[in-house]
Design a protein around this ligand. Structure first.
Ligand SMILES: Cc1ncc(COP(=O)(O)O)c(C=O)c1O
Length: 377
C-alpha cells in the first residue's frame, strides 16, 4: 500500500509499538495504587508527561492527558460554561472538534464569533483584535490547518489575547513532528495534541494548560490528572504518546526537509503532466508534505476510488468528511467554489514515504485521471 494520508492518521512507529506491547504486558498496576505495581505504572505516566512537556517546552505539571485531540479541545471549550466572560473567538477553518462544540455550547449561553480566512486559509490577527468584546473569554485558533496546512500567526494573536486579558488556546494537533512547537515562544495559554497524528497510538491526547489557569474537568470521577480528567489512565497509550513525541521531536530536522523534498518532487512532476491544477494554501508557510490540489474536471471521489483500487490511500478534504460528498467547509471558507471544492484532494506524506513512492503516485494518478476523462466522453 502507498500511504499518503498522514494528516488523517499515521502508522504507529515501531519503537512506540514495541514499548506499548511491553508495557501493556509488564506494567499492569493502577497508577493510583500505592504498591510497587501501582508506583511503576505511575512512573511510566510521569515519564511520558516529561517527554511531551520537553517536546513543547513547558513544565510536566502543565500537561494533562486526555482520550485524544477532540477531548482536549472539548475540555477547553466546555470550561467556558464556568467562566464569567462567555464569548469565544475562533476561525472558519477549525476542525469540527472546535466548531461543532461551539454550536452545541450556544444552547448553554456561550456565544462565538467566527473569523473568516483569506484565500490561503490565513487568519488575519487584526480581524481577531476587532472582534474582541467585553465578554470575550477565549480565542481558539488552530496552529496549522488539517486540510491545506496553512500555519496561522499564533504569536501575533497571542499578543492581542494578552493585551485584552483573554485566554488563548490552539488546536496544535496537526503540527507535532512537522514543525517545532514551543508553547512559551508562541505565547499560548492552552494547546491540544493527539498521539495518532505523530506516529503514536489512537485515542490518547494531551492538553497543555499554562500554570495558574483554572480549569474544571469534563470527565468527572476520581482525582486522576489533578482532578481534571477522571478515569484510570491508559498507561500504555500515554507511554506511546510520550515516546512518539520524543522521537518526532528528535527527528524533526531530518523529517522536515525530507517532506519538503517529497512535496516539491510531487508538485514538479505532477504539474509537468497537468498544467491546469491549482495548489491550495500558502506556498511557503504551510506544513511540509501536505498537498491540497484542485484538478479541474476530475471529481475527487472518483479519483479516490481509482487510487484505492490501486492500493493508494489519499483523501478528499479531511478524513472526517470523507465518505460524504459535501464540499469541504475549509475550502469553502477560502472562497473556493463548490465545483472546484469537489475536485480537490489532499495528499499528506509522512516519514516513511520515499521518492520512488512519489513517482508511483504521480504515475498512477496520471493514469487514473486519463481513465476518468476517457469514461466521461
Ligand atoms: C486539526 C485537528 N483537530 C482535531 C482532530 C481530532 O483529533 P482526535 O482524532 O485525536 O480526536 C483532528 C483529527 O482529525 C485534527 O486534524
Amino acid at each position: 500500500m502507498l500511504y499518503f494520508d498522514h494528516s488523517a492518521t499515521t502508522p504507529i512507529h515501531p519503537d512506540v509499538q514495541s514499548l506499548i506491547n511491553e508495557l501493556n504486558h509488564d506494567i499492569y498496576g493502577n497508577p493510583s495504587s500505592i504498591h510497587v505495581a501501582g508506583r511503576k505504572a505511575k512512573h511510566v505516566v510521569e515519564t511520558a508527561r516529561k517527554q511531551i512537556a520537553d517536546a513543547v517546552n513547558c513544565a510536566p505539571k502543565e500537561i494533562i492527558f486526555t482520550g485524544g485531540g477532540s477531548e482536549a479541545n472539548n475540555l477547553v471549550l466546555w470550561n467556558m460554561i464556568h467562566r464569567d466572560r462567555k464569548h469565544v473567538i475562533t476561525s472558519a477553518i477549525e476542525h469540527p472538534a472546535i466548531l461543532a462544540v461551539l454550536r452545541q455550547l450556544e444552547h448553554l449561553g456561550i456565544t462565538h464569533t467566527i473569523i473568516p480566512v483569506n484565500k490561503y486559509g490565513w487568519v488575519n490577527p487584526e480581524d481577531i483584535d476587532a472582534a474582541i468584546r467585553d465578554d470575550t473569554g477565549l480565542i481558539t485558533i488552530m496552529l496549522a490547518n488539517n486540510e491545506v496546512g496553512t500555519v496561522e500567526p499564533l504569536q501575533d494573536i497571542a499578543k492581542i489575547a494578552k493585551k485584552h486579558d483573554v485566554l488563548f488556546h490552539s488546536d496544535g494537533i496537526q503540527v507535532m513532528g512537522k514543525l517545532p512547537i514551543d508553547v512559551q515562544e508562541l505565547g499560548m495559554d492552552m494547546m491540544s495534541f493527539s498521539a495518532h497524528k505523530f506516529y503514536g497510538p489512537k485515542g490518547v491526547g494531551a492538553l497543555y494548560i499554562k500554570e495558574g489557569i483554572s480549569m474544571k474537568p469534563l470527565i468527572i470521577g476520581g482525582s486522576q490528572e489533578k482532578s481534571l480528567r477522571a478515569g484510570t489512565e491508559n498507561v500504555g497509550g500515554i507511554a506511546g504518546l510520550g515516546c512518539a513525541a520524543e522521537l518526532v521531536t528528535k527527528s524533526l530536522s531530518d523529517v522536515g526537509p525530507s517532506l519538503t523534498a517529497l512535496e516539491k518532487q510531487f508538485k514538479t512532476k505532477f504539474s509537468e503532466q497537468h498544467a491546469n491544477v491549482i495548489y491550495n494554501g500558502f506556498g511557503d508557510n504551510h506544513l511540509a508534505g501536505l498537498i491540497n490540489i484542485t484538478i479541474p474536471g476530475i471529481a475527487s471521489d472518483l479519483l479516490l476510488i481509482h487510487l484505492d483500487s490501486e492500493d493508494i490511500a489519499i483523501s478528499s478534504g479531511s478524513a472526517c468528511s470523507s465518505g460524504t460528498i459535501s464540499p469541504s467547509p475549509v475550502l469553502k471558507a477560502m472562497g473556493i467554489s463548490d465545483k472546484q471544492n469537489l475536485e480537490t484532494i489532499r495528499i499528506s506524506a509522512g516519514r516513511d514515504n520515499t521518492s520512488a513512492e512519489v513517482d508511483q503516485l504521480v504515475e498512477t494518478m496520471t493514469r487514473a485521471i486519463a481513465t476518468i476523462r476517457r469514461n466521461a466522453r
